[in-house]
Design a protein around this ligand. Structure first.
Ligand code: HEC
Ligand code: HEC
Length: 247
């Protein structure tokens, strides 16, 4: 939790997003469901939130943090620190609903009164217009090209669901999964200590130069030198998981 968040979006866009979020009144059940289930990974695995029965400890306790609507919108849309961006996996409405919900149940500012003061919603505000590092990496990647890049990884990693751990752990569903969490694999202390989740931007840094991103890792791989190989292989890793989810 050393990374601090620097707001990247224009105030006008926030006003637009928050304006429409103000209509999300009474969406408490929907918000709770997104918090516990729809979001992948669910907010609940990382955050404590009493109303949702959540006791995660990776991120801040939201009952204590009492975020404002724009803090939740920003964190969920773009990610913050090790928290992944949800702009690709949740719709704009879902992001607004869960943000409104978190603020409503924690009593943070902006739940009701704060939003009334803001301008009415503008229909063309889109989360796709925001600056999204993780999402941008995935969008740049070509999974077909990535499958070829993955040949460099195959000696050490399986990728199929439930595949065996080899020299390295099985990589099924690794994008946005918790770091060093594959059952039965003995990780280095370095990687265990790295913590957090494999967001696309962290994966890109690790694959570009494993020993630099995670000093002391036992992944003895020089790194992907060609810049485009990074988004491509990440898109490939992500695509397998996405196909399974769609089944
Ligand atoms: C993989 C773990 C993880 C998941 C999943 C996750 N978060 Fe977070 N969240 C974090 C961490 C860690 C931080 C602290 C980041 C930092 O300050 O560097 C954080 C920060 C936040 C903040 C505070 C933002 C700020 O301005 O400091 C809010 C609000 C938040 N998360 C809400 C959510 C919501 C809502 C969801 C689900 C849509 C969610 N989080 C999913 C780990 C997670
Ligand atoms: C020579 C063997 C080897 C090669 C080649 C290799 N890896 Fe690894 N990989 C490992 C080992 C060993 C670990 C565990 C590192 C640790 O515990 O520090 C690992 C860990 C990882 C992790 C973290 C997994 C987790 O559960 O947190 C990712 C992601 C990863 N490798 C992706 C790749 C990709 C993608 C490639 C190809 C571009 C690749 N690796 C090439 C051996 C390898």
């Amino acid at each position: 939790m050393t990374t601090r968040f620097t707001p990247r979006f224009s105030g006008a866009l926030f006003v637009a997003l928050i304006g429409s979020a103000a209509t999300a009144e009474g969406h408490s059940d929907a918000g709770r469901e997104i918090f516990n289930d729809t979001a992948q990974p669910p907010c609940a695995i990382c955050h404590t939130l009493k109303d949702a029965g959540a006791e995660g400890e990776i991120g801040p306790n939201l009952d204590d943090f009492k975020p404002t609507v724009d803090q939740v919108l920003a964190a969920v849309t773009s990610g913050i620190g090790v928290m992944p961006a949800f702009s690709e996996t949740l719709t704009k409405d879902e992001i607004e609903t869960v943000s409104q919900y978190v603020v409503a149940v924690t009593g943070g500012s902006g739940a009701e009164t704060g939003t009334d003061a803001l301008a009415p919603s503008s229909e063309d505000a889109s989360v796709a217009d925001l600056d999204l590092p993780g999402a941008a990496i995935l969008a740049q990647g070509d999974p077909v090209a990535g499958e070829k890049v993955f040949k460099k990884c195959k000696a050490c990693h399986t990728i199929d669901q439930g595949g065996a751990n080899r020299i390295g752990p099985n990589l099924y569903g690794i994008v946005n999964a918790a770091v060093a969490s594959v059952d039965g694999f003995r990780y280095s202390d370095a990687l265990t200590g790295y913590g957090g989740a494999w967001t696309p931007d962290r994966l890109a840094a690790f694959l570009a130069n494993p020993g630099k991103a995670v000093p002391g890792t036992k992944m003895s791989f020089a790194g992907l030198r060609k810049e485009q190989d990074q988004p491509d292989v990440i898109a490939y890793l992500d695509s397998l998981d996405a196909t399974a989810k769609a089944d």
